[in-house]
Design a protein around this ligand. Structure first.
Ligand SMILES: O=C(CO)COP(=O)(O)O
Ligand SMILES: O=C[C@H](O)COP(=O)(O)O
Ligand SMILES: [Zn+2]
Ligand SMILES: [Zn+2]
Length: 311
C-alpha cells in the first residue's frame, strides 16, 4: 500500500470513537520504533515531520525512511508536514510526496489565517493532498514563538464554522489547554483540558475531524529515569492519559505526540550510559531506545488512542 491521505482514517476514527496517533519522526530509530509498534497492532498511522526535522535530517532522508516503513509494514501511513509555516514550505512538501500538510497561521490575525490557509488548501487539493489548519494559540514553544501561558488563547468556538467554510481545510487543530513540550502544567495544579470548548466546536462542526497538538502525557517513569541518570527536568508534567482517551472518544481524530518519544529515547540512553560507561557503539544504546519507543507507542495505540486493529 502506498502512502495515503487521512480522509478515510479520520472518517472511521470519528465514527468509531477513537483517534489516530500522529508521531513526530526525526531519524531511523524513531521511525522504526513507531512503525514496528503499529505493525504489531495493525494500527493506522500518521508520521509527521516538522520544519526542525527537515532541517535536522533532510527532507529526502525522511521521505525515504517513511517510504521504507510503508514497504516494511504494509500499513496505511500518512506522511504529514507538522506546523507548516508558509505557503512555500507546504508547497515543497506537497510537491515532494507528502500526503498531508498543516498550515499553521494561528499566530496571525483571523482574516490572514483564513487567507493563507485557503491558498494552501487550493494548491493541496489540486494535488490530492489534505490540509490541517489551526485556530487558537497553544502555550509553550509554538511556531517558533514562545507563547507564555498568559498569552495563549483558547479556540473561540464562534469562529470555527466561518474558518472551515472559507478555507476548505480538512481538519482543524484547536487550543483547549494542551501545549507543546514537557512542562504543560504548573506542578501542584490539576491538569484539565477544556472539554466544554471541544464540545462547542464539535456542535458547530458535526462530523468534522479535530486535532490535538501538545498531547504528550510526559510519562513520569521516563522523567525519573532521566533525573536519576544525570538529567535535570524538575516539574515535567503532561496531559493525563484519561483526558486524551476521552478526547479520542469525541471528535478528536488526530493526537500529536512528540515529547513522549524524546523522553523515552533520552531516558533509555541516559540510563544505558550510566550503567555502561565503557560502551561506545551507537547500536548498543540506540537499540534499547528504539525498543522503548516501540513499547511506548504500543501503549498509546492500545490504551489511549484506541486504534489497534483499525488499519
Ligand atoms: O503537537 C506536537 C507536534 O505538533 C507534539 O506535542 P508534544 O510536545 O506534547 O509531544
Ligand atoms: O510541535 C512541535 C513538534 O514537537 C516538533 O518540534 P521541533 O520543531 O522541535 O521538531
Ligand atoms: Zn500552532
Ligand atoms: Zn504541534
Amino acid at each position: 500500500m502506498p502512502l495515503v491521505t487521512s480522509t478515510e482514517m479520520f472518517k472511521k476514527a470519528y465514527d468509531g470513537g477513537y483517534a489516530i496517533g500522529a508521531f513526530n519522526v526525526n531519524n531511523m530509530e524513531i521511525v522504526q520504533g513507531i512503525t514496528e509498534a503499529a505493525k504489531d497492532l495493525n494500527a493506522p498511522l500518521i508520521l509527521q515531520v516538522s520544519k526542525g526535522a527537515r532541517a535536522y535530517a533532510n527532507h529526502t532522508y525522511l521521505i525515504k525512511l517513511v517510504e521504507a516503513a510503508v514497504i516494511e509494514t504494509g500499513l496505511p501511513i500518512v506522511l504529514h508536514l507538522d506546523h507548516g509555516d508558509s505557503f512555500e514550505t507546504c508547497k515543497s512538501c506537497i510537491d515532494g510526496g507528502f500526503t498531508s500538510v498543516m498550515i499553521d497561521a494561528s499566530s496571525k490575525p483571523f482574516a490572514e489565517n483564513i487567507e493563507i490557509t485557503r491558498k494552501v488548501v487550493e494548491y493541496a487539493h489540486d494535488h490530492g493532498v489534505v490540509v490541517e489548519a489551526e485556530l487558537g494559540a497553544l502555550a509553550g514553544v509554538e511556531d517558533e514563538v514562545n507563547v507564555s501561558a498568559e498569552n495563549s488563547s483558547y479556540t473561540r468556538p464562534e469562529e470555527v464554522q466561518e474558518f472551515v467554510s472559507k478555507t476548505g481545510c480538512d481538519s482543524l487543530a484547536i487550543a483547549i489547554g494542551t501545549s507543546h513540550g514537557a512542562y504543560k502544567f504548573k506542578p501542584g495544579t490539576k491538569p484539565q483540558l477544556r472539554f466544554d470548548i471541544l464540545e462547542e466546536v464539535s456542535k458547530r462542526l458535526p462530523g468534522f475531524p479535530i486535532v490535538l497538538h501538545g498531547s504528550s502525557s510526559v510519562p513520569q517513569e521516563y522523567v525519573k529515569m532521566i533525573n536519576d541518570n544525570g538529567g535535570n527536568m524538575p516539574g515535567a508534567i503532561g496531559v493525563p492519559e484519561d483526558q486524551l482517551r476521552h478526547a479520542a472518544s469525541l471528535s478528536v481524530c488526530k493526537i500529536n505526540i512528540d515529547s513522549d518519544l524524546r523522553l523515552a529515547m533520552t531516558g533509555t540512553i541516559r540510563q544505558f550510559f550510566a550503567e555502561h560507561p565503557d560502551k561506545f557503539d551507537p547500536r548498543e544504546y540506540l537499540k534499547p531506545a528504539r525498543a522503548n519507543i516501540k513499547e511506548l507507542v504500543k501503549h498509546k495505540i492500545t490504551d489511549v488512542l484506541g486504534c489497534a486493529g483499525k488499519a
